[in-house]
Design a protein around this ligand. Sequence first.
Ligand code: FE2
Ligand code: FE2
Length: 321
Amino acid sequence: MTTTETFNLLEPYLIAEETFVIPWALEAPPVGHFPMNSMVIRGAEPVLVDTGAPAVRPQWLEAAWSVVDPADVRWIFLSHDDRDHSGNLLPILAACPNATLLTTWFTIGRMAEEWETPISRCRFMNDGDTIDAGDRTLVAKRPPLFDNPTTRGLFDSKTNVLWSVDTFATNVPTPMPDVGELSDEDFRDGQFFGGRLVSPWVAMLDERKFRAVVDDVERLDAEVIAGCHSPVLRGPRMAEAYDLLRGFPRFRRGRSSRRPTSTAGWRPPRGRFRRNSRDRRTPDRPRAGGARGPPLMLVRVLSWLALLAGSEATPVGDDTR
Ligand SMILES: [Fe+2]
Ligand SMILES: [Fe+2]
């Protein structure tokens, strides 16, 4: 287990009392990296919140079992069936005989294309439903942005941690535990870029109606927001993220039809990763003083180009699964 000071990919770190994020990230040329996180709540009745991607199954399982004994896991909350969230579901169900799967029927139905999920181990949670997890009440809540219609977030009323699933997705120059490490500009650019990537349909929404949806989620009064595709949000950054989100429908794209699809010239940031003792990719810490060289400027410019051009060329349903 790590802390935010010793952040390593696929090593859980504490974000609130008995609440851990399992961080992972993809290289995402030319815009940097995309987080691919999961969460564990080690309460009286431990909860796995999403199940990680199959691409890193052994490391993900090792990370989860470093936080909680699989025999003690009581609940598996599955936000939706996209593979970055559901990819290790079957091995986890096998390893956790005392766990009940919390999800929707629609999620189960969509996964039936690939596998049969034992219905006898499921309890369906729709928007607004709650579950008593012993020392806390968990609330299923559909987040404002999503790339899959089955999506439900999870709010822990004991720690006030919100699992926002794909909402607040952002690219990052290098994997990091907390959005506080981003500059104001990178934070704002990333929220727009990630949001429109996950949910290009947001440009079609009535702003007033969408604002009410965002307000409703903000009224949960979360103190910490963790999501699959974002470092953790807290404090002023959380309030700013909600404000940005409310303005998404009125954000106007440019006329450019160009899209930075080429990765020619892309190189993983030199020296930003090293192999640790367990052969995991470990991001180096940002340089002192936040020094940023030309590659990051390029990332920022290309991020905006992608944003400006992306929604124009992206049909509804072309999501990030
Ligand atoms: Fe998704
Ligand atoms: Fe996702």
